[in-house]
Design a protein around this ligand. Structure first.
Ligand code: ZN
Length: 227
């Protein structure tokens, strides 16, 4: 038995495909990977694709696989907080499909929203980086680590849009590898656009010719309108 086969066997034990739906945690069992039939139907209704994103100034276009709701939340949380890495394949396939709705972009490079090294050590991996890598492989774009965090920022989840913008301003640095290139910025979820906006600013300052935004999901900020 090869190492890969052995690994697949072990993974099947750890992630039993028929046991729990990643969307709703139902244990009813289902025929396909990760999602029960109900969640799969719901996901189809949440599909977005190319969308205007005025909350992220300076971008050439944006696409989101899904609205951040129901089973989509389940998928993101499973990847992000429970480290179910194998979900990233299915999520990246949806992101690649969303990206195709933006074509032609002329883009040659994918750049992930980076995580601060301290947080990445704690969580074990950067989920946005994983999605970026897999989406790059599916779309034929180069995957780059051009962006980095210049400082540790507090968790954004409970902050207002204004607070998030302040929290993120100047939090990213970008290397010269993006100069003259059209790049696709990748994140898991876009809520107020504060993180993406700060990344776009860093990319543009480093000379990126154009920046597109590609996220797995787009959330409505709680209790407030986008601006
Ligand atoms: Zn389900």
């Amino acid at each position: 038995m090869t190492i890969a086969r052995l690994w697949d066997g072990l993974a099947a034990l750890v992630y039993p495909r028929r046991a729990v739906c990643m969307g709703c945690r139902s244990q009813a069992g289902f025929a396909q990977d990760w999602l029960c039939d109900d969640c799969r139907r719901l996901m189809a209704k949440l599909w977005l694709g190319a969308q205007p994103a005025p909350e992220v100034p300076g971008i050439a276009g944006a696409a989101f696989a899904y609205r951040y709701n129901g089973p989509v939340k389940g998928m993101v949380r499973q990847l992000k907080y429970r480290g179910t890495y194998r979900l990233a394949d299915a999520m990246a396939a949806d992101m690649a499909r969303a990206y195709r709705s933006l074509l032609p972009t002329g883009a040659t490079m994918i750049v992930a929203v980076p995580m601060h090294p301290r947080r990445q050590r704690r969580r074990g991996f950067n989920h946005a980086g994983l999605l970026a890598e897999k989406t790059a492989a599916l779309t034929g774009l180069d995957c780059s680590n051009a962006l980095s965090r210049t400082r540790y920022t507090t968790q954004q989840a409970r902050l207002s849009r204004e607070a998030r913008l302040g929290n993120m301003r100047g939090a990213f640095a970008c290397d010269e590898s993006v100069r003259g290139r059209r790049v696709v910025l990748v994140d898991d979820v876009c809520t107020t656009g504060a993180t993406a906006s700060a990344c776009v600013e860093a990319l543009r300052q480093a000379g990126a010719a154009a920046v597109y935004l590609l996220c797995y999901a787009r959330a409505e900020p709680p209790g407030q309108d986008r601006k």
